[in-house]
Design a protein around this ligand. Structure first.
Ligand code: ATP
Ligand code: MG
Length: 569
C-alpha cells in the first residue's frame, strides 16, 4: 500500500512492527479527517500498483488509530475514491469509513489491554495504521476464560480464533447461515471441542437429515427408529394426541376420550391385580370429570396425573375402550370411541411405530431409556445422534418434544452430575416464528431449556438456514451466535435485532462472507470476531448417510430395498 500522507506530528507515536522483510517499514495508512463519535472517516490514497495485496484497504479489516498511549481499534466498512477518474500513474485519494470498536491501552509496567468502547476519541489528523498482530490477538483474547481454538481469524491466519466453551454452552448458541455454507460442519467441529473439554457433558443431536452419523465415528452412537425405544407411556397426553391424530381431524370428543382412557389404563397398571373389576371401571368412567374412584379416593384426571411418565399397558387401553363402547349409558359417541380404537390399533400394528409400541411394555422404568439416550455411562461416546429422518413425519415433533423434555429433566434431576446439550438442526421446524405453526409441546420443551436450562446444566444449540422463520425469543436466548453467510436482507435484520452488540456494519458483511467463515458474536467470544473454522478431515464431516458417491460412481451396490423402505417411510 502506498502512503498518502506525509510524515507529520504523529509519526513519533508510530512504532513500526515488521513481521516480515517484505512488509513496508511504516504502518501508516492515512489520517482521520472526520469523527462523529462511533465512526470516523480516514483520508488515504491507493496507488494503481498497490491496489491488491495483504496491506491494501479492504472491507471487514481491523485497523487502528494511534493516539499515543492508546490505539483505537476500528473496523473498515465502506470506502470510496474521492475523484471521478482513476490515475494509473499517481496516487488516488480515497475516503475510508470505519467504525470505532474499542481501544488498546498501555500503561507503564502493565501489559497492553483491550476494552470495548472508546475513552479517548481521535482528533482530526490522527494517524490510522495497520493493526499490530499483538493488538489483533488482544482484541480477541479471552483473558482468564478457558479458550478453545476453533479456527483462525479471517484477517490474519496466524492468529487463532478462540471461544470459551463454558460460556458458549451455558448461555446457548446458534449457528445461522444459508444452505451449504458449512453450518453442520461447524457443529461437528464445535461439538468435538465441547465434549473434549467437558467430561460431564452429554450431547443429543436431533438430526433430521441423518447426516451426523458419519461425523463422529469415534465419539457418538447413532440411534434411529429401529434401535431406540420411546415407549408410548413416556409421551405426554398432548404428544401422544399429536401422534394419534396428526394427519386427520379428531372426531368429536376423541381427544377427551384419549385422555380418560390413558388415565384409566395408568390407574389399572398401578392397581393390585384383581382389585379392579370392569364394573367398577364402567361406573367410574360414567362420572364427570373422570376420577380414580378406587379405595374411595376421588382424584380428578389432572394434566399431571395423565402425563406422569409411569407405564401403562396398551392392552388396558383397548380394554377400557371396549368397556366404554359396551356401556349402556353412553358418555361418548360410539363412532368416536370406535374410530379412536381403530386408530390406536393401526398405530400399534404399524412397523414404523415399533419404537413406541413394540417393546414398550417390556420396559417398566425410564432408566434404560435415559441411559441409552444420554449415554450414562458414556463408554467414551458422549454424543447421541438421533436420526429423525427415519421416523414418520407426524411423529418427529412429538419425539423431539419427549427428548428435549427428558434432557431438561435429566439435567435437573442429576443435580450437576450431568450437563446435557440438545443440538437442534433445522430448529425453525420445531420452534417456528409463527406461533400457529409447529407443535406446542416441542416449543415448550425447547423454550424451557432456553429459559431455565442454564441453572441446571441443560443447554441448547440451534442451527437453521432460515433465522427469519425461527422463534425470535429462542434466538434471543442464544447468547453466542455464529452468523455465516446470509444473503437474505430479512435474515440479516433478524440478526441485527437479536444481537445487542452486532454493529450494523458487521451485519452488512454477512451477505458476502465465504464458506466456512462466520462472524461470531456474544458471550462465548471476547469481541465480535470474523473467523474461518478449521478444516475438518473428511471422516469428521457430516454427510448424508445414504447418498455416498465418489467420482460419479456409487460406492458399493445401492440397496434398493432400503431405498424403497425410505421412500415409503
Ligand atoms: N470446516 C470445514 N472443513 C472442511 N470442509 C468443510 C467445512 N465446512 C464446510 N465444508 C465443506 O462444505 C460442505 C457443506 O458444508 P455443510 O454440510 O456443513 O453445510 P450446511 O451449511 O450445513 O448446509 P445445509 O444448509 O445444506 O445443511 C461440506 O460437505 C464440506 O465439503
Ligand atoms: Mg447442514
Amino acid at each position: 500500500m502506498q502512503l498518502a500522507v506525509k510524515p507529520g506530528q504523529f509519526e513519533a507515536d508510530l512504532q513500526p512492527e515488521r513481521r516480515s522483510v517484505f512488509q513496508p517499514p511504516d504502518r501508516m495508512l492515512g489520517r482521520v479527517i472526520a469523527c462523529d463519535g462511533s465512526r470516523a472517516t480516514i483520508a488515504s490514497s491507493i496507488d494503481s500498483n498497490a491496489f491488491q495485496g495483504p496491506e491494501t484497504w479492504t472491507i471487514g479489516r481491523l485497523i487502528s488509530i494511534n493516539l499515543g498511549t492508546t490505539r483505537i481499534v476500528c473496523l473498515v466498512y465502506e470506502m470510496k475514491a474521492t475523484q471521478e477518474h482513476w490515475s494509473e500513474t499517481g496516487p488516488n485519494p480515497v475516503h475510508v469509513q470505519v467504525e470505532l470498536l474499542g481501544e488498546v491501552s498501555e500503561s507503564p509496567g502493565q501489559p497492553p489491554r483491550f476494552r470495548s468502547g472508546i475513552g479517548v476519541y481521535p482528533s482530526v489528523g490522527a494517524p490510522a495504521h495497520r493493526i499490530r498482530a499483538e493488538d489483533l490477538t488482544l482484541v480477541h483474547d479471552l483473558g482468564l476464560r478457558e479458550a478453545v481454538t476453533i479456527g483462525h481469524l479471517t484477517q490474519d491466519e496466524s492468529i487463532p480464533a478462540t471461544v470459551c466453551i463454558g460460556d458458549m454452552l451455558s448461555r446457548h448458541f446458534a449457528i445461522l447461515g444459508t444452505t451449504g455454507v458449512g453450518k453442520s460442519s461447524a457443529v461437528s467441529l464445535l461439538l468435538r471441542k465441547c465434549v473434549a473439554s467437558r467430561a460431564r457433558l452429554r450431547v443429543l443431536i436431533l438430526d433430521p437429515h441423518n447426516e451426523y452419523a458419519n461425523a463422529f465415528p469415534d465419539r457418538a452412537v447413532t440411534i434411529d427408529a429401529d434401535s431406540v425405544d420411546l415407549p408410548f407411556w413416556m409421551f405426554k397426553l398432548e404428544e401422544l394426541a399429536d401422534v394419534v391424530f396428526r394427519g386427520r381431524d379428531a372426531l368429536a370428543d376423541e381427544a377427551d376420550i384419549l385422555r380418560e382412557v390413558v388415565y384409566s389404563a395408568r390407574a389399572r397398571y398401578r392397581a393390585p391385580a384383581g382389585q379392579f373389576s370392569s364394573r367398577d371401571l364402567g361406573a367410574s368412567l360414567l362420572k364427570r370429570p373422570l376420577d380414580g374412584a378406587r379405595d374411595g379416593v376421588t382424584e380428578p384426571a389432572t394434566a399431571s396425573s395423565v402425563d406422569a411418565p409411569t407405564p401403562y399397558r396398551m392392552k388396558d387401553v383397548f380394554a377400557v375402550l371396549d368397556e366404554l363402547i359396551g356401556l349402556h349409558e353412553q358418555r361418548w359417541p360410539r363412532a368416536s370411541l370406535r374410530s379412536l380404537k381403530v386408530r390406536l390399533e393401526a398405530l400399534h400394528a404399524d412397523p414404523r411405530y415399533r419404537f413406541m409400541f413394540a417393546r414398550a411394555n417390556m420396559i417398566e422404568t425410564m432408566g434404560p431409556i435415559v441411559s441409552q439416550l444420554f449415554r450414562v455411562p458414556d463408554h467414551g461416546r458422549p454424543i447421541t445422534v438421533f436420526q429423525l429422518g427415519g421416523l414418520p413425519s407426524e411423529v418427529v415433533n412429538a419425539a423431539a418434544s419427549v427428548l428435549s423434555r427428558l434432557a431438561f429433566d435429566l439435567a435437573v434431576a442429576s443435580q450437576g452430575a450431568y450437563e446435557v446439550l440438545v443440538l437442534c438442526e433445522e430448529a425453525h421446524r420445531y420452534v417456528p416464528a409463527n406461533p400457529e405453526l409447529g407443535f406446542a409441546p416441542t416449543r415448550q420443551a425447547i423454550a424451557r431449556i432456553a429459559k431455565e436450562g442454564r441453572k441446571y446444566g441443560a443447554y441448547l444449540g440451534v442451527v437453521t438456514q432460515r433465522p427469519g422463520e425461527l422463534d425470535a425469543t429462542i434466538l434471543s436466548q442464544c447468547s453466542t451466535v455464529f452468523a455465516m453467510r446470509l444473503a437474505n436482507e430479512r435474515d440479516q435484520q433478524i440478526i441485527r435485532s437479536a444481537i445487542a452488540d452486532a454493529s450494523a456494519s458487521t451485519i452488512n458483511f454477512l451477505s458476502s462472507i465465504g464458506n466456512r467463515e462466520a462472524i461470531a458474536f456474544g458471550e462465548g467470544v471476547a469481541t465480535t470476531m470474523r473467523l474461518r473454522f478449521s478444516e475438518l478431515k473428511p471422516h469428521e464431516l457430516p454427510s448424508m448417510a445414504v447418498v455416498e458417491r465418489k467420482d460419479g460412481l456409487w460406492r458399493g451396490e445401492p440397496n434398493l430395498d432400503e431405498i424403497i423402505r425410505r421412500m415409503r417411510g
